[in-house]
Design a protein around this ligand. Structure first.
Ligand SMILES: *[C@@H]1O[C@H](CO)[C@@H](O)[C@H](O)[C@H]1NC(C)=O
Length: 525
C-alpha cells in the first residue's frame, strides 16, 4: 500500500514537472550567431513539450506546432554597417566602448521599430496570453525587459550568448571579483591567474565600463523602456524579476569562476553531436579523397567575405595552395572561383557543427568567436584564431594559453606567416592532444548544458522566481557589497590612531623638554 502511495505521488510529481510551460522568448541582439544559441534553447524547450512564443531575428528552420514566431526582418548590424577589419582588433578602450554600445543601441532600435515587435505587442494586448516564464536575451538588449510589465511581471530568466558579462553578475547580486574574473568572461590577455599588471588593466577596464554604463547606458535603457512600454517601471525595478541568468561559459574553457548559484553556466549548449554531411561535402572531406585530412575556415556570421581585403584573401589562398590538406572555406562572394587552388573549395554557407564533428578534420581557421571556439572544443578540433573584435580577441589569447591553437594577427597576414601557422596547428600533435583534454572535460558533466538550461527555466517558473537562490548581495549597496564602507572605517580608525599616538608622543616629548629645566631649577634652589 505504502509503495502504491509512493508510486502515485511520484507519478504526480513527474507529471507536475513535465507540465508544459508557456514561455515568452525574446532575442533581438542583431547578430546571427546569437540566434544560433537562442534557437538551440528554443528547440530544447519545445522538445520538453513547452510552448514557445518568440521575438527573434531569424525564422525557425523547422516549423513546430507549439512555436509562434515574430521575426525581425531588418538587416543585421554587420550587414547594414559593415566592419572595417583593418581597425576593429586594435581599438583602444576609448574606441571600444562606443563601438560596443553603438551595436547595442542600433540593435534595440531595429528591434523596436520592426513590424515583428508591433505584431507581438498587438498579440499580447489582444490575446492576453498567460506566460509562466519570460526567457530574455538580456545583455545588449536590456530595454526588452519592459515586455515583462506588459505580460504581468512573471519570473525572468536572462540569458546571453556573450560569455559571462559583468552586467549579469551585477544584476544577480554576484560580486565581480576583478582579481579572478576576466572582464566580460575573456578580458585578460594572459588568462587567469592574472599578474599585477593584468589585474590593474582588468579593474581599470571594468570601472571605466561601469562609469559609462551608469552615466550613459542605463539612462538610455530607461528612456527606451519609457518610450516603448509606456507606464512600465524602471530598469532597476524590472531587474527585480530576474530569477536566473544563463551564461555562455564553462569551466574547461574559462576556469572555475566564482558566482552566486542563480548564475548558471551553460556554455556551449548549441554544440551537438554531428549529423551526416550532405553528399558533395562528404565526398570532398572524406579520407578516401582527402588522405591528409582537411581544414575548415569560417569567420562566423558577422564578418563577411566582402570585408576582407583582396591582397589578404589572395595571400591566404596561396598559403592554402601549399598545404597537403584539403580546405573548406565559408566565403559568401562569387569573386573567387577562378582563383582557387585545386585543394580549396568555397561555399556560402556550411553546416559548421557537422563539419567540426567529421573525423577527418585537422584544424579550424576561425575568427575565434565564443560559439565557434566552444564548438571546436566540443569536437576536439585545434584552432587557428584570427580575431576581429571584442571577445574574439580574448578567446584568441585563451587558446594560446591553454595550448589548443595559435592566434594570427589579421593585419600581419602574409602567405608565409599564414602557411607556417596553419601548417603547425594542423600537423603538430600537441594542439590536438590538449584539445582532446578540453573536449573530454566539456563532456564530463552531470547533464548536458542544454538540459541544465531547460531545467533552470522550469525551476524559475515552478518556484515563482527561484526566491531561494536570490543573492543577499541584492540588498546591499555597491560599497557594502565590496566592503568599501568597512575598509573606509578601518582606514579612518588607523588614521585616528596614528594621529592620537603622534599627539601623545608630541605631548610627551614636549613635557620632557619643557619640564627638564624646571626640575633642574628646582634642584639648585
Ligand atoms: C504541443 O503542446 C501540446 C500541449 O502542451 C502537447 O500535447 C503536444 O505534444 C505538443 N506538440 C509537440 C509536437 O511537442
Amino acid at each position: 500500500m505504502a509503495t502504491l502511495v509512493t508510486l502515485a505521488a511520484l507519478a504526480a510529481l513527474s507529471c507536475a514537472a513535465a507540465a508544459p510551460l508557456n514561455v515568452l522568448l525574446v532575442s533581438t541582439v542583431s547578430s546571427p550567431s546569437h540566434y544560433i544559441w537562442t534557437n538551440a534553447l528554443a528547440t530544447g524547450l519545445l522538445e520538453r513539450g513547452h510552448r514557445v512564443t518568440e521575438l527573434v531575428i531569424r525564422p525557425p528552420a523547422v516549423k513546430h506546432e507549439n512555436r509562434t514566431s515574430f521575426v525581425i526582418t531588418a538587416p543585421t548590424y554587420g550587414d547594414e554597417h559593415g566592419w572595417d577589419l583593418e581597425v576593429t582588433n586594435v581599438l583602444s578602450l576609448w574606441e571600444e566602448i562606443p563601438f560596443f554600445y553603438s551595436f547595442c543601441v542600433e540593435s534595440a532600435k531595429a528591434a523596436f521599430e520592426s513590424q515583428a515587435f508591433t505584431d507581438l505587442m498587438k498579440h499580447l494586448k489582444e490575446k492576453k496570453p498567460k506566460f509562466d516564464v519570460f526567457v530574455l536575451d538580456f545583455i545588449m538588449q536590456e530595454p526588452m525587459i519592459g515586455l515583462n510589465s506588459v505580460i504581468g511581471r512573471v519570473p525572468v530568466v536572462a540569458f546571453t550568448a556573450f560569455n559571462m558579462p559583468e552586467e549579469v553578475l551585477q544584476a544577480m547580486g554576484s560580486p565581480f571579483v576583478a582579481s579572478m574574473l576576466p572582464f566580460q568572461g575573456v578580458g585578460a590577455d594572459g588568462g587567469v591567474p592574472m599578474t599585477f599588471r593584468e589585474r590593474a588593466d582588468n579593474a581599470f577596464k571594468w570601472l571605466t565600463y561601469k562609469l559609462y554604463a551608469h552615466y550613459v547606458d542605463r539612462p538610455r535603457i530607461n528612456q527606451d523602456i519609457a518610450k516603448w512600454f509606456p507606464g512600465a517601471p524602471s530598469l532597476e525595478e524590472l531587474e527585480k524579476d530576474l530569477a536566473i541568468s544563463l551564461v555562455n561559459t564553462s569551466p574547461p574553457l574559462h576556469g572555475g569562476m566564482p558566482t552566486v548559484p542563480a548564475v548558471v553556466e551553460v556554455g556551449g549548449l548549441q554544440a551537438q553531436p554531428p549529423k551526416p554531411l550532405p553528399k558533395d561535402l562528404l565526398d570532398w572531406v572524406d579520407a578516401k579523397n582527402a588522405p591528409h585530412g582537411f581544414i575548415y575556415m569560417a569567420f562566423g556570421t558577422n564578418v563577411k567575405a566582402k570585408m576582407i581585403r583582396k591582397e589578404r584573401r589572395d595571400a591566404i589562398l596561396r598559403a592554402f595552395g601549399r598545404l597537403k590538406q584539403r580546405v573548406l572555406w565559408k566565403y559568401e562572394d562569387d569573386d573567387i572561383h577562378d582563383k582557387l587552388p585545386p585543394n580549396v573549395k568555397v561555399a556560402k554557407w556550411l553546416p559548421q557543427n557537422d563539419i567540426l564533428g567529421h573525423p577527418n578534420i585537422r584544424c579550424f581557421v576561425s575568427h575565434n568567436g565564443g560559439l565557434s571556439t566552444q564548438e571546436a572544443s566540443y569536437h576536439g578540433v585545434p584552432i587557428v584564431g584570427v580575431p576581429f573584435f571584442v571577445d574574439q580577441i580574448g578567446y584568441s589569447h585563451k587558446i594560446e594559453k591553454i595550448g589548443i591553437g595559435r592566434r594570427v594577427h589579421y593585419q600581419s597576414i602574409t602567405e608565409d606567416s599564414f602557411f607556417e601557422t596553419v601548417f603547425d596547428v594542423a600537423n603538430n600533435p600537441k594542439y590536438r592532444e590538449n584539445m582532446q583534454k578540453v573536449r573530454q572535460a566539456l563532456r564530463d558533466q552531470k547533464e548536458t548544458p542544454l538540459e541544465r538550461a531547460v531545467w533552470y527555466i522550469e525551476y524559475a517558473a515552478r518556484t515563482g522566481g527561484a526566491p531561494n537562490l536570490r543573492s543577499p548581495g541584492l540588498q546591499l549597496r555597491w560599497y557594502e557589497l565590496y566592503m568599501l564602507d568597512l575598509l573606509g572605517a578601518a582606514l579612518l580608525a588607523v588614521v585616528l590612531f596614528v594621529w592620537l599616538v603622534s599627539r601623545m608622543v608630541a605631548a610627551f616629548v614636549g613635557l620632557l623638554f619643557c619640564t627638564a629645566p624646571k626640575r633642574a631649577k628646582a634642584k639648585t634652589q
